[in-house]
Design a protein around this ligand. Structure first.
Ligand code: SAM
Ligand code: SF4
Ligand code: SF4
Length: 394
């Protein structure tokens, strides 16, 4: 089936979950972009809870929509091809704008910042942004937990500079140890040895603890589960297995390619004695399991088979400054307009930004993963018009 795409409206077609072809609008703008609310509620102190009583603790910031990989589950090559129009630089939030927003988010209760993308290490001078973010403090005067998710391709080269700038730790995505499988999955023929070297370098410079994320696709890399676990056991690296998710509208997701975490665990237990561990933080996405002999731990992220919306405390800021309150949201509120000032908002006023963010959070009612099973299987249906993952990050 032909699968073509453009970053601009009217540019082609896109595969639906049922393998039909639907017209492709701008993949980034597939949802609406509602303005921020106006008039705004007065600023207030204390934790902001959403409509389901969840606090705002974790902000994920996409610093670029570009990537040097073409993982088929995220940026399939036939959609994100040489004609795909990525965002022009002027549309990206500047480092100063990102830092300003992060500072206001910290005032509202955010304690953790994760830089992501696209591939975040492709954003030029990223260390300068890290240095600005590392200087932020919570209202209690504590530094924020500052981390980054990367495909690891540029990590060996950049690890020291990232550490020096104030980055605390990294998460590296790696889907296979077998070089042929890895090259096929990144779809740009990138060798696994270079990513492994990146992980070792990050460890050597003290970007710890390192987490490695492996997206498991049944029939593609599920034979890598045990070799990956063996490789990282006893190294201090925490390997986390992620269920292949129906993010975005372009990866042709099918339920039969999801390998449930329960099956991952069963396969691991054939080779090792694993015991359950308590969550290490509120709203943690992974279920933790430890090797009984104390030689490390693994994590299972089961967004498809065991939804964890109940305590989801994450917000996402897209590359061009839209706020998404769920990974599967269609709509992102335009914070860039607020930052740069428009007809109704005064860009000089941080209190106004705080009030807008608070108002958006208090209205949040997202729980897509909990509702997934009851949604129509057609990706084009109802609220399931979802933003692409490379645009808002993981
Ligand atoms: N490029 C960086 C990387 O790959 O680590 C950061 C951005 S990437 C979008 C963030 C995370 O999302 C990665 O760990 C990736 O494996 C995960 N991801 C992307 N598409 C996914 C999907 N369809 N299902 C599950 N995880 C996915
Ligand atoms: Fe790039 Fe990360 Fe998406 Fe792979 S998962 S295509 S590395 S953004
Ligand atoms: Fe959070 Fe949305 Fe994922 Fe549920 S589906 S855990 S609300 S990001």
């Amino acid at each position: 089936m032909g699968l073509r795409g453009r970053g601009r409206a009217g540019g082609g077609t896109i595969r639906s979950m049922t393998d039909g072809v639907i017209p492709l609008l701008d993949l980034r703008q597939i949802g609406r972009t509602p303005p921020v609310p106006h008039p705004l509620p007065p600023p207030r102190s204390g934790p902001w809870l959403d409509a389901r009583g969840r606090p705002l603790r974790d902000l994920r910031i996409s610093v670029t929509d570009r990537c040097n990989f073409r993982c088929s589950y995220c940026m399939p090559k036939d959609v994100f091809d040489k004609d795909y129009a990525f965002l022009p630089h002027r549309d990206l939030l500047s480092f100063e704008e990102i830092t300003r927003l992060a500072r206001v988010f910290a005032q509202l209760g955010v304690q953790k910042l994760r830089l992501t993308g696209g591939e975040p290490l492709l954003r030029r001078h990223l260390e300068a942004l890290i240095a600005q973010l590392a200087a932020l403090r919570t209202p209690e005067g504590l530094p924020l937990d500052l981390t980054l998710t990367t495909n690891g391709s540029l990590l060996a080269r950049k690890a020291q500079a990232l550490k020096d700038a104030g980055l605390q730790r990294v998460t590296v995505s790696l889907d296979a140890l077998d070089d042929a499988i890895f090259r096929r999955m990144n779809d740009v023929d990138f060798p696994v040895a270079d990513v492994l070297h990146g992980i070792e370098t990050a460890q050597a410079v003290g970007l710890a603890p390192i987490k490695v994320n492996m997206v498991v696709k049944r029939g593609t890399n599920d034979d890598q589960i045990v070799p990956m676990a063996r490789h990282f056991r006893g190294t201090g690296v925490v390997l986390r297995f992620i269920e292949y998710m129906d993010v975005g509208m372009s990866n042709g997701w099918r339920m039969d390619e999801v390998l449930p975490s329960a099956e991952v665990l069963a396969r691991l237990r054939e080779h090792a004695d694993l015991v359950p561990l308590a969550p290490s933080s509120e709203g943690e996405t992974a279920t933790r399991w430890g090797y009984a002999d104390g030689s490390g731990e693994i994590g299972l992220i089961s967004s498809v088979t065991q939804a964890f919306c109940g305590d989801c405390n994450r917000a996402r800021l897209s590359t061009e400054g839209r706020l998404y309150t769920c990974l599967f949201a269609g709509d992102g509120h335009d914070l860039r307009a607020l930052l740069r000032g428009d007809a109704v908002h005064d860009a000089r006023n941080d209190d106004e930004i705080a009030a807008a963010l608070g108002a958006l959070w208090t209205r949040r009612n997202d729980r897509y993963s909990e509702l997934r099973a009851s949604l129509p299987a057609d990706a084009d249906a109802g609220p399931a018009r979802r933003v692409e993952m490379h645009y808002i990050g993981g």
